[in-house]
Design a binder for this molecule. Structure first.
Ligand code: ATP
Ligand code: MG
Length: 465
């Protein structure tokens, strides 16, 4: 890669469900890390985005271990959104592990084990391997089916060629199955890994480019390979340390990765793996790719976890830690002491703090525009203005949530474009926090457990500037 592109984003398929952050496709920075006003689904919050970009650069360089960043700001100012943007701008190869702090409290696993697993999910290992492959253009696949099914295994022949040679290979049942699965036909250029028998389709040969009309534009055309059919090739696998841990700690192996039922992993297993990886690094077979661990709602961690983090960050294989919180000065969980953001001072001292600011009316308008597009909702100019006003008066989240509701109300009225009336209707149908509280104040005697005058502790702790 000649030039570092930070806002390079991954392709999003349209099949994905529209989630709270699905409009975020990156951080929206240009190559000199300057934030564009509206880009990659991101609006405003320029200082924080720029700071996140600098951190991202640090991650991409991969040299610095164990740095930590705190995203702090009021609810709904885009902390989680910025973290998602960071995740999207990192390449597929850099691991990004994301957890909410409350996830680590479970009966199955100790808190520190859960945190260790999260840390190791954020450290990638690039393993280089020399593999023997057979690479060529398929001339012919010929499969003999026995007359009576099941009487004998299928056999067949595969003819492969390069620009210089042509060879016929005998096929067993397994290879026939693999060829069928990949839908290999003559004219394809394929690679077969000799050790595992895995078949990869590299594309169609250029000599078959006249098939183009029949195959459509998604087919990739490649040159027929030259030289010998058998080659040595360098293959690169990217796995995380956590994946290596799981595979080695279980008798049933990698299946635990899918069920998530990994249990606690013994320290000896981890030690062995660390030594092995260190050996590979020395031999030049493997490289460590430090990624990002994002812990959302970090004030939910308790004092033990915080001191664990202090230590874990000092490991030279540590990933970059990004944490987010919306708390002000509040008690540290597990103690009676108060601290800014509910994080002990010694950890705070190790954090670079990025603060997010509330949005202006104009920015709210732009975010709502983007969300309307994302949710495929047509909205009239007036309705958007009203929704922006609502966003300013109540909260950005409430306004975002009204979009879909208003679109449904509009559909009910057989309308195509969401109008002022639809917004009005849903505004009266669904209360925002302010109106709901007002309602509670008026009718509190009719509810259970009401405590007059005293605000909820959590409410009071949420950061309000
Ligand atoms: N700068 C932005 N550009 C585009 N969309 C944004 C931006 N900031 C926030 N959003 C969207 O607004 C909504 C609320 O933001 P988000 O969830 O990131 O807030 P938060 O700071 O994490 O709040 P909390 O402290 O409550 O967790 C999300 O749907 C998010 O995608
Ligand atoms: Mg959040």
């Amino acid at each position: 890669m000649a030039e570092l592109k930070l806002s390079e984003s991954r392709d999003l398929t349209r099949i994905e469900r529209v989630g709270a952050h699905s409009h975020i496709r990156g951080l929206g920075l240009d190559s000199s890390l300057e934030p564009r006003a509206v880009s990659d689904g991101m609006v405003g919050q320029t200082a924080a985005r720029k700071a996140a970009g600098v951190i991202l650069q640090m991650i991409k360089d991969g040299k610095i271990a164990g740095r930590a960043v705190l995203l702090a700001g009021q609810p709904g100012t885009g902390k989680t959104a910025i973290a998602m943007g960071m995740a999207k701008s990192l390449g597929l190869e850099t691991p990004f592990a994301m957890i909410a702090a409350s996830e680590i409290f479970s009966l199955e696993m100790s808190k520190t084990e859960a945190l260790t697993q999260a840390f190791r999910k954020a450290i990638g290992v690039r393993i280089k391997e020399e593999a023997e492959v057979i690479e060529g253009e398929v001339v012919e696949v010929q499969i003999d089916r026995p007359a009576v099914s099941g009487a004998a295994a299928k056999t067949g022949k595969l003819t492969l060629k390069t620009t210089e040679m042509e060879t016929v290979y005998d096929l067993g049942a397994k290879m026939i199955e693999a060829l069928g699965k990949e839908k290999v036909s003559s004219g394809d250029v394929i690679a077969i890994d000799k050790a595992s028998g895995k078949i990869t389709k590299l594309g169609r040969s250029f000599s078959r480019s006249r098939d183009f009309d029949a195959m459509g534009p998604q087919v990739k055309f490649v040159q027929c390979p030259d030289g010998e059919l058998q080659k040595r090739k360098e293959v690169v696998h990217c796995v995380t340390l956590h994946e290596i841990d799981v595979i080695n700690s279980r008798t049933q192996g990698f299946l635990a990765l899918f069920t998530g039922d990994t249990g606690e992993i013994r320290a000896e297993v981890r030690e062995q793996i660390d030594t092995k990886v260190a050996e590979w690094r020395e031999e030049g077979k493997a490289e460590i790719v430090p990624g990002v661990l994002f812990i959302d709602e970090v004030h939910m961690l308790d004092i033990e976890c915080f001191s664990f983090l202090n230590r874990a960050l000092e490991n030279d294989m540590a990933p970059i830690l990004v944490v987010a919180t919306n708390r002000g000065i509040t008690t540290i969980r597990g103690t009676n002491y108060k601290s800014p953001h509910g994080i002990p001072i010694d950890l705070l001292d190790r954090l670079l703090i990025i603060s997010t600011q509330p949005y202006t009316e104009d920015e709210i308008r732009k975010i709502l525009d983007i969300r309307c597009q994302e949710e495929d909702v047509d909205m009239s100019e007036g309705a958007k203005c009203l929704l922006t006003k609502i966003g300013v008066e109540t909260s950005l989240r409430y306004a975002i949530h009204l979009i879909t509701a208003a679109a449904l109300a509009c559909q009910k009225q057989k309308g195509k474009t969401v109008e002022l009336d639809d917004i009005n209707r849903v505004y009266n149908l669904f209360l925002d926090v302010k109106r709901s509280t007002q309602y509670l104040m008026e009718y509190q005697s009719q509810y259970m457990f009401n405590e007059t005058g005293e605000a909820d502790e959590d409410e009071a702790n949420a950061m309000v500037s």
